[in-house]
Design a protein around this ligand. Structure first.
Ligand code: NAD
Length: 241
């Protein structure tokens, strides 16, 4: 799919990977709807964006929030062709210390949010006979990670969801893929202690964190290549080879 004049919704795009994807798509000529939980887009973020974009505040942790976002986004520029389910949170604890609320918070944003939003935008994509959906999973969803039972379950769920919706969309012009990043330099990983970061670096053959731009390049590839669907592309510096 050519990005010129296509309309893309990128959730959780006020910073990090989502912002890098929004910038990349704008550069390719798409009209991009950014999203975050804050009322407004920060001026320092706005000043980094060139092209036609809009910002819609919306909390994806509730089904109503996801449905409202789908509606508002379509009202902004018209039917959407590209959906990137990027918004995600983590609430790490070892299993024995994990409360039901910790499971619920992560599953509702990282799995239910993408499911409700995808469902809301799927029918309009079927009508257009075209659509690309990209879900931000994680290597943790493929291999597990101590302290992240909730996050791993949500991201593994997203991988199964990706394959299923890819099968349902295939004959209707819709492709669905996931990206499974390893450790990317963003607010999510900056919150880790130096000790943990150092330990992680020893496990990455390329011996550095990934950059949000490198995930955005993968998202761009998944939009542009019309013969890839149902895949989870691992971008992790070799960590899980
Ligand atoms: P980040 O914490 O820097 O940004 C997350 C974005 O999601 C922010 O814009 C935040 O406002 C938004 N968000 C969070 N909860 C939301 C909600 N309920 N409604 C709307 N927006 C919400 O994260 P990041 O590192 O850029 O990660 C982006 C995605 O990539 C996430 O799904 C994350 O799980 C995944 N991922 C990240 C890494 C990594 O190392 N950073 C690795 C693997 C997967």
């Amino acid at each position: 799919m050519e990005l010129t004049n296509k309309i893309a919704l990128v959730t959780g795009s006020t910073r990090g990977i989502g912002l890098a994807i929004a910038k990349n798509f704008l550069q390719a000529g798409a009209k991009v709807i950014l999203n975050g939980r804050g009322e407004k887009l920060a001026p320092e973020v706005k000043s980094q964006l060139n092209g036609e974009f809009a910002y819609i505040s919306g909390d994806l942790s509730s089904p109503a929030g996801a449905q409202d976002l789908a509606k508002a986004a379509q009202e902004k520029f018209g039917p959407i062709q590209i959906l990137v389910n990027n918004a995600g949170v983590n609430r790490d604890k070892l299993l024995l210390g994990m409360k039901p609320a910790d499971f619920h918070a992560v599953l509702s944003t990282d799995l239910m949010g993408p499911m409700i939003l995808t469902q809301a935008l799927f029918k309009p994509m079927v009508k257009q006979r075209t659509g690309v959906i990209i879900n931000l999973a994680s290597v943790v969803g493929l291999h597990g990670n101590a302290g992240q039972a909730n996050y791993a379950a949500a991201k593994a769920g997203l991988v199964g969801f990706t394959k299923t919706v890819a099968r349902e969309g295939a004959l209707r012009g819709i492709r669905v893929n996931a990206i499974a990043p390893g450790m990317v330099d963003s607010a999510m990983t900056q919150a880790l202690s130096d000790k943990v970061k150092h330990q992680i670096l020893t496990e990455i053959p390329l011996h550095r964190l990934g950059q949000p731009d490198e995930i955005a390049q993968t998202a761009r590839f998944l939009v542009e290549n019309d013969y890839v669907t149902g895949q989870t592309i691992v971008v992790d510096g070799g960590m899980t080879m």
